[in-house]
Structure formats: C-alpha cells, structure tokens
Design a protein around this ligand. Sequence first.
Ligand code: FPP
Length: 244
Amino acid sequence: MKPAHLAIIMDGNGRWAEQRGLPRGSGHKEGAEAVRRVVRYARKSGVETLTLFAFSSLNWGRPSDEVADLMDLLLRFLDEEKQEMLDRDIRLTAIGERDYLPPAVRTALADVELATARCRTMTLVLAVSYDGRRDMVEAVRRLTDMACRGQLLPADVTEQQIMGALSTRRLPDVDLLVRTSGEQRLSGFLPLEACYAELYFVDKLWPDFEEADLDRAFETYAGRQRRFGLTPAQLDTQLATVPA
Ligand code: FPP
C-alpha cells in the first residue's frame, strides 16, 4: 500500500555542493530539480498529499546570501511550475510563517494557491518558514482566544480541536516521513501530524534523490505493519472482517 500522505525532509543540498567544490547555492539549485522529479513521481505513484520541508524557521539564521538564494529558488519554482501543477491537477498550499517571507514569495504563493485551488489529484504542501513548535504556539493562541471569548471550556478541548487549530488542519496525518542525507531527526517537522508516521531515513543527499529511491521508501513502507497500539492478532481479525 502507498502512503496517502508522504512528508519529506530534503536534507543534504549543502554537502552535495561542498563535495563538488561548488557554492551551497548550487546544491539548493540541484535540490530544486529533485523537488520537480519527486513531485511528478509522487503524483504518478498515487500519493494524495506530499509535504516538503522547503525552509525551516531556523533557516533564517543562515548567511543572508544563502537565504536569498533559497527564496529566489522558491519564487522561480512557483513561477515555472504553476502551469505544470494545473496540467497535472496538483493543488498547492503552504504552511509556515508567511508574514516573514519576502513580499514577492508571499504573492507568488497566494497566486498559485488560488490558481490551483480546484485541483484534486494531489496536494503539494510547501512548509516554508515552518517550525512545528511555533505552529503549536499559534494553535494554543487560537484556542485561548476562543476560551477568552467564552467559546471554549477546558473540558471541551479535544484532540480534534488541537489538531484543527494547527496550520495543517485540512491535511490528513502523515503516513510516511522520509529524510535524506543520513541524518535521523525530525528537526521540528510536523511533530503532531507525524506522531504515528513510519520513518524512513536514507543516506543519499537530496539532490541525488530519484524515483527509484522513492520506490524503495514505498516498498519499505508497504512491508511495515502499522498497528496503532493493537496486537498483530487483533489486526488479523480486523482484516478478516473487512468486506471484500
Ligand atoms: C537542507 O539542505 C535543505 C534546505 C535547507 C532547503 C531545501 C530546499 C530545496 C530542496 C530547494 C528549494 C525548494 C523548492 C521547493 C523549490 P542543507 O542546506 O541543510 O544541506 P546540508 O545539511 O548538507 O548543509
């Protein structure tokens, strides 16, 4: 079975460039090509939601020319892929602190989001200036604001309400989370949304990531038993009672 929601931490652009004696920006540029490949292949493979960690809130601390390169690539990607997304019926949406983004990136994001709003085959979510804890802070602010207005009592707070206050509220939980470059950590990416996700770490650097690597991740995912707290025997019983 394919993951309905695939999330990827695209790591290793800098090392890819450094290994070749190139500036880090070249690694990001090549990384953007990998983004195009993976978006196309994920859609073709039947992934319904693909969330890419394109820029962490912590990345604002990088040298200003690298930040500028990344913003420029994002802008170019939105501009060049807009028609492609429409042709392939891909809806684009973004999560993260939009207010921090350069106005041109904000405008381009809003433009592509609006243009692709009716696309249904796959949703591509770009996490830009995103950090899971910061998103949780925003969610708590929303809920406490409701409480202050008398619209929410402590006893009424549910899991659904908390998940519904996050920027990912319209997205399903993550099924498979992939990180490239050999690092094995989440770095603040979708902490609540991926809390039952299968994790898959691959040594390849992001610019080298290709279709066959995604296939391997899908195969591994298909071989995992997702028990959600139940025993294997209970799962077998459940499967046996599912109508054919
Ligand atoms: C991590 O590599 C990657 C990023 C910080 C940004 C990801 C951006 C892209 C793949 C390209 C632009 C995105 C889009 C959507 C067009 P790193 O720089 O941390 O690599 P390192 O760990 O080897 O230094």
